[in-house]
Structure formats: structure tokens, C-alpha cells
Design a protein around this ligand. Sequence first.
Ligand code: NAP
Length: 509
Amino acid sequence: MSQDHESALLARVPDRLYIGGQWRAAAGGRTLDVHDPATGDVVRTVADAAPADGLAALDAAAEAFPAWAATPPRHRAEILRRAFDLLQERTEELALLMTIEMGKPLAEARGEVAYGGEFLRWFSEEATRIHGRYGPNPEGTGRMVVSQHPVGPCLLITPWNLPLAMATRKIAPALAAGCTVVIKPAELTPLTTLYLVQLLEDAGVPAGVVNAVTTSTAGEVCEPIIRDPRLRKLSFTGSTAVGQRLLEQAARGVLRTSMELGGNAPFVVFDDADLDQAVDGAVAAKFRNTGQACTAANRFIVHRAVAEEFARRVTERVQRFAVGRGTEDGAMIGPLIDARAVAKAAALVGDAVRRGATVRTGGSAIDRPGTFYAPTVLDDVAPGSDLLREEIFGPVLAIVRFDTEDEAVRLANDTEYGLVAYVYTADLARGQRMIERLETGMMGLNVGVVSNAAAPFGGWKMSGLGREGGAEGIQEYLQTKYTLTPSPFVPGPATPGLSAPSLSAPSPS
Ligand code: NAP
């Protein structure tokens, strides 16, 4: 990939806010720099929105809402489908852009374009399947009509780790349902969103339906939007701590909320598991996105009888990983997003080692430009180690050993989170017991990656509220209305002894 090619692509990415169908500078002309985490270089400078810009974006979303809500579902569907098609055509550009601003290896960035695109396709299909129901009430005195309506203007806040897919996972169902949106991407990865918004405009999304504000002051820009009574929905993907703060803010306006928050996924390997499959799954579940995924396996809970062999095989695989800038041929592990992420990985590994863990490979930052941490395997991690409680969000695979199924369940559930769990066993009955016993919103049984646009993605406990994707995903952007109408008079043969129901009969309120 030549430098000129990258520069030409970066120069084409919009660098301003997108509000009401116009690209405009931030109030006061503020800007923020975007860095390549593999080099530390500034790659682009974009508008840095102020609170007034956020409210202008909400103005545009509120103004566009009635017309978009009234747009025929088939028309909304076709726009989303065109966006899906354009995304396929522009895969290479978008993948490269994500690699530059976020650091993930190019092959994985292409995978994210494929995954992120599926939300556009899936919800283009769901847009025409927003149904209600009609039927008699039990008393026979009336007909109940249940209809579904878009909730209204939405604020969508997305993280840096999957900058495309987290955006399409929210924008696509919102638009399919007839909602308008303001999207605020992470400060560290605004370019992907700006590129996507341009693509949506090219696909025919009308002015004001999607608005984008990039900012270095997320709290200051978002809070006035959340407190504005015109906003009706907040969808957030990010850390649990920020999600809790936003839920407090959303309570004032009794907003609909979707919260896709942090995880601490257990990866349980039983002694009857196919170890080849388990090692493949472990590598995918741990090292995808250089470990920076909410679905990343955080704790490998391995039966003592196979733990040594599992650790040996997984270490062998990890030692073969090529580390480098995501554009380098064969790079499998890229940089972490920033220096804070490297410091966090180092602190968690340091704590585990002080408590007695063995470093099988890696265990330190890599001395090169950018923010790289060596892919690491830690064995025999002691109970109480910080990395068993906290999301590592880095390429560190931590193994603890267990002896009984009950102990495995206890260890797996010993977390305030409940986003996803992975279980490897050849015993179907045991697999079914795990489905019943693990406290988790999602589970991979003998697979290491579960995400799919057609599936309900989301967590239990402190991993969040609501679901994205699947048939459930569009419901998050719809509200229900129940209407009672009188029973129609239908002439028919008289039935001896039965009189017509009276609408004036007393009924519970
Ligand atoms: P984060 O710090 O919570 O940031 C997420 C988003 O919230 C960013 O856009 C951020 O903007 C914004 N934000 C921060 N403070 C805010 C405030 N006071 N008001 C409004 N917005 C605010 O999380 P992160 O570190 O970027 O992302 C990693 C976390 O996301 C991990 O915990 C991971 O598990 C979670 N995640 C969850 C899922 C899921 O589906 N469950 C998917 C992906 C990631 P700035 O960037 O400008 O600070």
C-alpha cells in the first residue's frame, strides 16, 4: 500500500460536521487531530463540534423526522439496500481507512466492512416487516388495533474499536423504523463515520435524516442533546461506566435507551473438548481486533486435565503471530488504540505476574513507534488477579484451571458482566446444561465468534440493555400504540338466546 494511495484516500474523507444535509465547520472553527496508532502520526484534522453544533444536529433530525417517518417503508428499504451495495463497492477504501485510524489489520478491517454492511442489508429487509395486529377483545365488545411507530429522533454514540459496524448496527435499524439520527463517533476514529455518512448521502438518505458530529468533548456536546425533550432515544455502545452516566441523564426525559456495554467473557474448555477446535476458537475469540472487542474472551477457564496441552498449543500459535502496522503483509496483530491501552495491559499483566501467573509468551510492550503490546499468554492466573475482573482489551490470553463442572460454572459467572460466553465440550448434554446455567446474553458452543446481523446481540447484568441485530434490533426504534375501536356490526344469522354485546357495559379502566 503506497503512501500516496493512503494520502489520496485520506484527502477524500470529509473533514466537517454533517448537519441537515450540509457539510459545515464546527462553531468557532475548532478542529481535532486524528492519529494512526501504528505510527503516532497525525493523518487528518476534522471539525471538533461544540455544544451548539450538537443542538443544531438535533434541530435537523427533529425537522426531518415527520417526513422520514411518513416515507414508505419500501422506499426506506431501498435506500438502505443501495447503501449496502455502495459499501460493497467501496470495501477496500473503507477497510484501509479503518486500518489507518484504528490500527486493525487490513484483513480484519475487510471483515468489519462485510459484518457492518450486513446490518444495512438485514434492516433494509426488516423495514418492510413492521407489523401490528388486529383482533377482538376478550369481552367481544371491541376490536383491538396494535400498531408500531418510530420512536423519534435518536442520539447514537459509538466507540472506536469497531467504528463501522457499531455505526451501521444503530443507523440501519433506526432508519428502517422511520427514525432520524444524530451520530457521535469516538474522538479517536471519526473518519470512518464521516466516510459512512457521505456514502449514505450518496445512497439517497435525505437531508437531516442522518447527522454526524465529531468532537473531542463528548460529554459537553451530548448532554444538552440528551436533555432536549425532542430527543426520544439514546443508543450507546461503550464502557459500562459511561453507559451508567448516560442512563442517569436519559432518566430525566424518560428516554428509550439501548446500552451495549463492557464484557468479561469466559471461555470454558472441558476435558472432553476437541482441543484443535478449542485452540482455533480461542485464537479467534481472544486476538480478533488485537483483543479490543467487547466479545473478546477475557478469562480462559480450562479443565486441569487438558490445561497444559491447551496452553502449549495456544502459545505455539501465538508465537507465530506477525505483529505490525495493519497494512503490512500478513500482519495479524496491530497496535493498541493508544498509550493508555498499552499501560492498562501492562498493569494487568504486572498484577497477574506478581500474584504468581506464568508468562508463556509475550508479557510486555513492544519497543517500536506506535502503541504495540506483544501477544501474550499467561498461565495459572491466581484468583483475585485484576485481569479476571476487568476487561483487558488487549492481546493477553489468561488461563485459570478448574476441576469440576460446578466450579467452571461458578468461575464463569463470577463477574458483574454477562455479554458473551464460549464453551467447548463434545458432550451435548453438558453443552445444554451450560446454556441453562451461564449468565450471559450470548453464547458460542464450540465456536469462537458469535456476531451476526441476524442475531440479537446484547448482554445481561452490567453488559447492557436491549438488543441490536436480529428481529429484535428494529424493535428498539419502535414504540407501540394500542387503539380500541367498537366492534363492527356484522349482519349475520340470528342466534337464539344471544344478544349483541353492549359497548356501554361497565369495564375495568
Ligand atoms: P467509552 O470511553 O465509554 O466511549 C464510547 C463512546 O462514548 C465514545 O464515542 C466516547 O466519546 C463517548 N463518551 C465518553 N464519555 C461520554 C460522555 N460523558 N457523554 C457522552 N459520550 C461519551 O468506551 P471506549 O473505551 O471507547 O470503548 C470500549 C468499550 O466499549 C469497552 O468497554 C467495550 O466492551 C465496549 N463495547 C461494547 C460493545 C457491545 O456491543 N456491548 C461493542 C463494542 C465496544 P470519546 O471517544 O470522544 O470519549
